[in-house]
Design a protein. Sequence first.
Length: 431
Amino acid sequence: MINFISRIVFMLGVKKRNPSFLDSYSNLLKTDYAEQSEIIQIQRSRLKDLLVFANNHSSFYKDRFDQVGLNFNRDFDPFEYLRLIDTVTKSELISENERIHTIKNYQFKKLFFSETSGSSGEPLTFWKNEEWDSINRASIARGMSWYGVNLWDRNGYFWGYSFSFLGRLKTSLLDFLQNRFRLFSYYDNDIDKFVKKAKKAKYIHGYSSMIYEVAKKLTADGTMLKNLKLVKGTSEKIYDHYQDAATKAFGQKIVSEYGSAEAGIIAFECPHGSMHINEENCIVEVVESKIVVTNLASFSFPIIRYELGDYISLSDTKCKCGRSHKIINEVLGRVGKSIVGKNGSSYPSLTLYYIFKVLALDYGVVLNYKAEQHVVGKLKFLLDREITDKELVLINEVSKSYFSDALEIEIIPNVLIHDKKKKLKDFESYI
Ligand SMILES: [Zn+2]
């Protein structure tokens, strides 16, 4: 009965806020098991629409398309055109913000304001057309349906701090409409309250590092939550040790949802562990190991060939679940500043991923790490446990095989590597 009411409340809210949600959702369910050829047809038609629209209404893209001589005749091949267009970065989305937007040249029925943090501290702000917002929600809803979970089911949320009274009031109302409760802090008392409510929930979701903290607390208290159908992690890399903790505390791993505010929902992990790309709504390319994404619903603020800033790899295998949507094999890490060695040498931060992968796979040395660089030619590895002399030698040897003598490695064992106030980054440069 309570769930029935939640569903009604949710549907009424959705109808008002996201009128095209239900259509988007039912379309996505129809193509859930579509053949790759059908998916490509959908992409072709939507990409064509987006490119023509951007050409007509965004002065930024119009210039870009003109530069490479794109001519939008009736039979143009949108995939061929896409390859010719330069990639766009987050700093361009910020600096060219007004010229990218189409909202001055086209009257959208409804727009949502969106704000997300930029790497240099300057936020990226933009307007999302209603369809874009609805398609995002529908993509999440489809992923959740793979686990027998509905958006309106009772859920616990690890996100969002709001300290003003009005802010909290607004948050409480939004939470009520979405049948949601949330964790506001890491104080034991708050976690206990959250867990009490989570015992009656269908799913929990949010930052994976927060899920990890709660999982550890549960295990330390000797509690296991067996009632959840889905534990969904967003926005951060899900480390192996997070998964171990989640398995102990919830009897299941954290399911990964991959995307960002500007790029949209890019992939959702299926029950067979594959991160299927949300191909009806985005086109993913890999250029020099980096993800480049085109958001097919982004008409108000077109996102075309966007360098999201992650290193990824794609998989060619067909998933046992039967879906033919392409699969992201792994998100390898953030594209950040390079590691700077002696004599002007430099290494992508992705090198760290390989070093610690070799240590784990070839030598059985599994380490949770964070690397920091404060001085050229020197690199600090912060590790969250004690290490043996033998491990110390191995870390140095494997590092040397990648950096040769360009970097001196300093190892600092037994430190807390995760600052709870920030997202965990595996490499931080202070140069
Ligand atoms: Zn699958």
